[in-house]
Design a protein around this ligand. Structure first.
Ligand code: C2E
Ligand code: MG
Ligand code: MG
Ligand code: MG
Length: 290
């Protein structure tokens, strides 16, 4: 292609490539410093029980308070973290901070809940995850049942044999495991019954099409039925509208997460949300509505 377009095209393409790799080199070196300097933050998004509208959990989502570029989301740095292996220490920090935050909220007398943390495939090598998890909950003094881990469907099926051993160890500790972005992995469903998984998070791309898209409706409906048949809870991701939530309620999905209920916010704002809930402001209850 480059040849057909002549020499100038090659030069331009090359310049783009070089700019892209310089950019990722810069992110890599800055991210090391960010970890050392404590520039990473966790934001928390509520996970809501559809029947009651109550917040029963939170997902911890990493952010980078960059000194020049402001607050960055995972899209700006997680790929570089993955490809360089930096996601391993980053993931260790996320587990530790999530456990600490859970303990702080407990100490503040806020409603007990579960915290979900995203774990990268890179953390699954050897005993890294087991060690990171153990030191996170031990240091914070929080019960392992409270800190759930999320693994994407891709991550889970990539190396099922190794993962199975690791996941069984975690399950022995009472750790809840969720499959993230379910439906995007293009994998055989047969593996599901072998994995010690407690929750299935239906990817936002299927929830997007509700209520209009018949195909998305069929996929979400099938995923909910299958999860329930296998004894798993369902979390619908990316719920933005009341109409989507109504469909999910009709399908008996128990949990949901999305902008309709709340965007990811910092710890202080999330605590305020929990306090407002305790003060019995009527939450956005979906399934009990007429
Ligand atoms: P995820 O685990 O599937 O997290 C859900 C993402 O969807 C979050 O994006 C969240 O802000 C976004 N979201 C939630 N509700 C809605 C909604 O109603 N509409 C729309 N349009 N989006 C919604 P975020 O925070 O940018 O994170 C993106 C991805 O980055 C996460 O996807 C996860 O795969 C990864 N990630 C986040 N934190 C970590 C981390 O600590 N470690 C690792 N390894 N990956 C992380
Ligand atoms: Mg997740
Ligand atoms: Mg997801
Ligand atoms: Mg995702």
């Amino acid at each position: 292609r480059a040849k057909a377009n002549g020499k100038n095209q090659v030069v331009v393409f090359d310049a783009h490539l070089r700019a892209a790799s310089e950019q990722s080199l810069r992110i890599e070196s800055e991210l090391w410093l960010a970890l050392e300097r404590g520039e990473l933050r966790l934001f928390y998004q509520p996970i809501v029980e559809l029947a009651s509208g109550r917040t029963v959990g939170a997902e911890a989502l990493v952010r980078w308070q960059h000194p020049q570029r402001g607050l960055l989301g995972p899209a700006d740095f997680i790929d570089v973290a993955e490809s360089t292996g930096l996601v391993v220490p980053l993931g260790g920090w996320v587990l530790a901070e999530a456990a600490r935050q859970l303990a702080r909220w407990d100490a503040d007398g806020l409603a007990p809940m579960q915290m979900a943390v995203n774990v990268s495939a890179r953390q699954l090598g050897g005993d890294v995850l087991l060690q990171q998890y153990r030191s996170a909950v031990d240091a914070a003094g929080c019960a392992p049942q409270r800190l759930e881990i999320e693994l994407t469907e891709h991550t889970l099926v990539d190396n099922v044999d190794v993962n199975l051993r690791l996941l069984n160890r975690l399950r022995d500790w009472g750790v809840s495991i969720a499959i993230d972005d379910f439906g995007t992995g293009l994998s055989s469903l047969a593996y599901l019954k072998h994995l010690p998984v407690n929750k299935l998070k239906i990817d936002r791309s299927f929830v997007d099409g509700l209520p209009g898209d018949a195909g998305d409706h069929a996929i979400v409906s099938a995923a909910v039925s299958m999860a329930h048949a296998l004894g798993m809870q369902v979390v619908a991701e990316g719920v933005e509208t009341r109409a989507q939530a109504d469909v999910l309620c009709g399908l008996h999905a128990s949990l949901a997460q999305g902008w309709l209920f709340g965007r990811p916010v910092d710890a202080q704002a999330f605590a305020q949300r929990l306090r407002d809930q305790d003060a019995a402001q009527s939450p956005l209850s979906i399934c009990t509505a007429a």
